[in-house]
Design a protein around this ligand. Sequence first.
Ligand code: GDP
Ligand code: IMO
Ligand code: MG
Length: 442
Amino acid sequence: MVIVGAQWGDEGKGKITDLLSHSADLVVRYQGGVNAGHTVVVGERTFKLHLIPSGILYPKTRCVIATGTVIDPEVLIQELDCLEKLGVAAHNLFISQTAHVTMPYHRLIDLAEEDRRGKYRLGTTGRGIGPTYADKASRTGIRVLDLMDPVGLTEKLNWIIPYKNVLLEKIYGLAPLDPSPVIDRYLAYAERLRSHVCDAGVLLEEAICNRENILFEGAQGTLLDLDHGTYPYVTSSNPVAGGACVGAGVGPTMIDRVIGVAKAYTTRVGEGPFPTELTDAIGQHLGTKGAEFGTTTGRARRCGWFDAVIGRYAVRTNGLDCLAVTKLDVLDELAEIKVCVAYRLGDQVLKSFPSDSRILAQCEPIYETLPGWQSCTCDCQQLSDLPAAALAYLQFLARQMATPIAIVSLGAERGQTIIVEDPIHGPKRALLTDAFDHPLCP
Ligand code: GDP
Ligand code: IMO
Ligand code: MG
């Protein structure tokens, strides 16, 4: 099963992945790098994961950082150290030897490029993600297997760093990097990570042959997808469900289902169009109550109403079987709640998502207003515990997206969750009929 962000990231994928990892044999991160920040709360302990899959808290679950990711070894080692301090062993972590490595010049170029763009900046996380993927595509990247080969790495970095120095000095006006300390530092990282490095394709093949339960954990979200998101305000990888096949190296026939994670409202970090953005007191309330600050950069997330046009686009682009709706509790105090059901563009009404983000920037949301419930939902354990207006809100979302809601999340803790239907073993959406009896089915 693929777990994918249905909005602009930070939907609560970490919480949902952790929850579903309970019955997973393998959890695989298939794209992105340390731009991701997935928070998992277990009792008193809060885990902030950037590269390590959110299945790591289960000692029997193996976790794979697959080929489609980009790995910043310094941050990965910090993450391993943090986990160790919190009492979590990471012997079950496997790193694909063909994943690409984020180098110091990638970070420098990411930051310098944002500076140069001025008002055209993208609002990246500054973690070197774009430049690492750019080097991968232009075939000047360093892979994990290069890192594991001291002679080869030294040779490669001795020609790549001088080449990058031309850019750093001549284009960006920065100081050049001295290859030698960089090589020493990365060789030390290599020794720390060596025991985790493997041929991830073989590992996955064995798991598939043994009919193991594999979860593919997406980072970022559908609208941040390089090809299908709000380009150019996107990340440099493919978070959409199809990206799991490419990133992990498994065929599409190996993916049995896809769950989309969406907040009960919308957030976005960084620049780019956001039709339902609220810059008023309600937007502030969502930000405060939802603690909407980036896990990776600490930046305040922009907040707005749920956008069902985006929701339908996520259903289409990912082939979603079902949804996990998170942070419903954040809406608890509101007297009324709006949902964008279509966009107005001049005298046209758009019901589907415009693939040109310049058009999206001109779209005005058309809202339907639903009554709020103004009571606390955070202790609800089943649908029947929810206030009627909260249930009606969820049913409205499911109908708008023509997709059943399998999970409702009402707090950061594992226990603050209503499992409406087992998303792993429940029926596939493609098999649903009109007669299908589902409490949160359209
Ligand atoms: P991810 O990047 O998709 O994994 O999401 P993040 O972890 O960056 O952001 C989601 C934040 O919301 C985290 O701090 C979670 O602990 C928290 N969270 C997840 N689900 C819920 C929920 O249902 N209610 C509330 N209030 N917080 C939640
Ligand atoms: P998770 O996995 C939210 C955004 C950045 C910026 C754009 C490009 O926690 O959901 P990048 O550094 O990737 O080149 O930045 O993408 N972005 C995210 N927004 N959640 C994320 O990850 C994000 N990762 C990148 O803010 O707008
Ligand atoms: Mg996040």
